[in-house]
Ligand binder design. Sequence first.
Ligand SMILES: *Cc1c(COP(=O)(O)O)cnc(C)c1O
Length: 375
Amino acid sequence: MTNAQYPMTNDKMILLNPGPVNLSDRVRNALLNPDLCHREVEFSQLQSRIREQLLQVYDLEGVGVAQPRHRWAAVLLTGSGTAAMEAMVSTLVPRNGKLLVIENGVYGERISKIAKIHDINYITLSHPWDAEIDIKRLIKLLDENADITHLAVVHHETTTGRLNNLVEIAAICQQRRIQILVDAVSSFGAEELNFEDWGITACAATANKCLHGVPGTSFVILRRDALPSADTIPRTLYLDLATYCQQQDKGGTPFTQSVQTFYALAEALQEMAEAGGWRARHSYYSKLANLVRDGLASIGIKPLLPEGSSSVVLNAYYLPDNFSYEEFHDQLKAQDFVIYSGQGNLAKSIFRVSTMGAITQDDMERFVNVVKQII
Ligand SMILES: *Cc1c(COP(=O)(O)O)cnc(C)c1O
């Protein structure tokens, strides 16, 4: 339906920003499921189903024999990805704990802000935004601070598109029995996350990035034994994961959840499982990202990061000569493509292209051609 008073954006607009993403018809139609009360059994079943589906994305369901299946839990929240990050950090770092936050972009720095606001004892390992995490400095810092109990790191730093080396960082944490908290908001569903082997304690993510759901639902996947004991006074009422987990295990919810976006997430997860799960999504994103990278390289547009450093989800590129970001953005938008600006100091020099969401190879070929025409 269109309405002259509230003109809608062209429904063929291709979103190349890192979420919210273009929805498939299937996911969009799921929003039209029946109205539900969040205290009724139908909601309870929907919520439980999503919790199972989320664990299944990385095969956490069948952990089975040696370790009980209930070692892991997915906890669902109503809120954007930042709500999940804040819930994870504020719930899981105990008052007598000490957190090390690794920063190499906006989202790592956001974790530090969360720690500061909640009065968590923390230190940072900071890097310039375009830098890779310095493992030698990390080890030195951990050696100097033997009281560190938790480490928080962004898996895919969306600021630059860098995929941080979680394997190496996780191994260092495992050796030292440090609990690792991961911001996987822009990688969950498209990049490898080996919870068991890497010894991940928890990860925060969202419905509306690589999972192709609707904004409004986010979640934390956590090891149950990392939750604080029942007599711990939480730092936050609304974002306390212990309360959510306890009530969700019984089919309930402490507060009203965003029912319609739950429907959409259940459908998006089903759609993803049928298409081959995270591995298939990884390959598909990779194909689209390479298509864009090669196409832009052929007209002299260079990536910000060296080959092999980026996720398959998003790449950052230097702006073409003689274009401001605004000009480039507006010309692309006139042709139905929404690109994404750089943040902070990068705002004037780069643009970002994410290939998440229900977009096709044709869409991305057309994108490359439109860029060629424009410049
Ligand atoms: C998108 C994103 C977030 C959360 O952003 P919201 O706007 O709160 O959804 C957090 N971390 C990373 C790495 C992200 O890409």
